[in-house]
Design a protein around this ligand. Sequence first.
Ligand SMILES: NC(=O)c1ccc[n+]([C@@H]2O[C@H](COP(=O)([O-])OP(=O)(O)OC[C@H]3O[C@@H](n4cnc5c(N)ncnc54)[C@H](OP(=O)(O)O)[C@@H]3O)[C@@H](O)[C@H]2O)c1
Length: 275
Amino acid sequence: MFVVTGATGNVGGHVVKELADAGAEVLALTRDPEAARLPEGVRAARTDELPLTGATGLFLNPAVVWQVGAGKLLERAKESGVRRIVMLSSSSVLADLDPQENPIGARHRALEADVEATGLEWTFVRPGAFAANAMQWVDQIKAGDVVYGPYAGAQMAPIHEADMGAVAARALLADDLVGQSPELTGPESLSFADQVRIIGEVIGRPLRYEEISHEAARERMAHGFVTPEIADSLLRVFAECVDRPQPISPEVERVTGRPGRTFAQWVEDCAAAFH
Ligand SMILES: NC(=O)c1ccc[n+]([C@@H]2O[C@H](COP(=O)([O-])OP(=O)(O)OC[C@H]3O[C@@H](n4cnc5c(N)ncnc54)[C@H](OP(=O)(O)O)[C@@H]3O)[C@@H](O)[C@H]2O)c1
């Protein structure tokens, strides 16, 4: 049996689907099992109960793990006979850098080290920017044709969550990714301005991105979803990525056997959210 944390989320939802499609037994963890919409045959349980008895593989979403306590969860995994942990990490973790210089990389690397210390088999899936980050623009797009944000020219290679789910599921189901840390990107490098334009093309409206200052962006982010430290770190990354096309990783295609989904595909899959 495979246990998936963050099972209703962007990546976990696809890990659950891929495993269920492969015929595996899956237990999906969520704060609200009654409300979870899961593929047929997938059972749900409460995350904070850490129900790992009988699990052979575990998918770890750090966002969830940090909430329930990494030490407790990993200890329970060992006691319960889990053999393999596949952790959603981040390409902010730079190989061979110790200590990690940026706080996002440092946080993920610390959890990777805790996973390594369990002595269990592991795979660290290290994606760059999620295509799903574009959901941060939903309210602005519903309200008008202009999206305001920092660094219009900052380039990312946004990755579809389905591709991350496919790689993570493969790492649980087969043995070839044990001890590996595949870095994942989407198939194309796009600026924030490009991404907003593509959303407009797919949903049939002329959207444009208008740049606001670093300070204004910092203010907004720090009052929103991230700590001031993380906001500074993200803005530093955006500034460094202006007009710098991102290298495209071959790993999604190597692992899944098909090219990564494009950003336009992601918008099509999520178009309902933008109307
Ligand atoms: N965004 C990026 O560009 C990026 C890049 C690299 C790596 N990452 C990594 O990916 C992670 C996010 O993955 P994701 O987008 O798949 O996650 P997500 O969809 O934001 O969340 C996953 C699930 O976690 C549960 N959850 C949310 N808040 C919680 C809380 N306070 N306590 C317990 N459970 C909670 C929710 O499920 P229930 O409501 O069902 O419990 C949610 O569906 C980041 O934290 C980071 O580690 C992100």
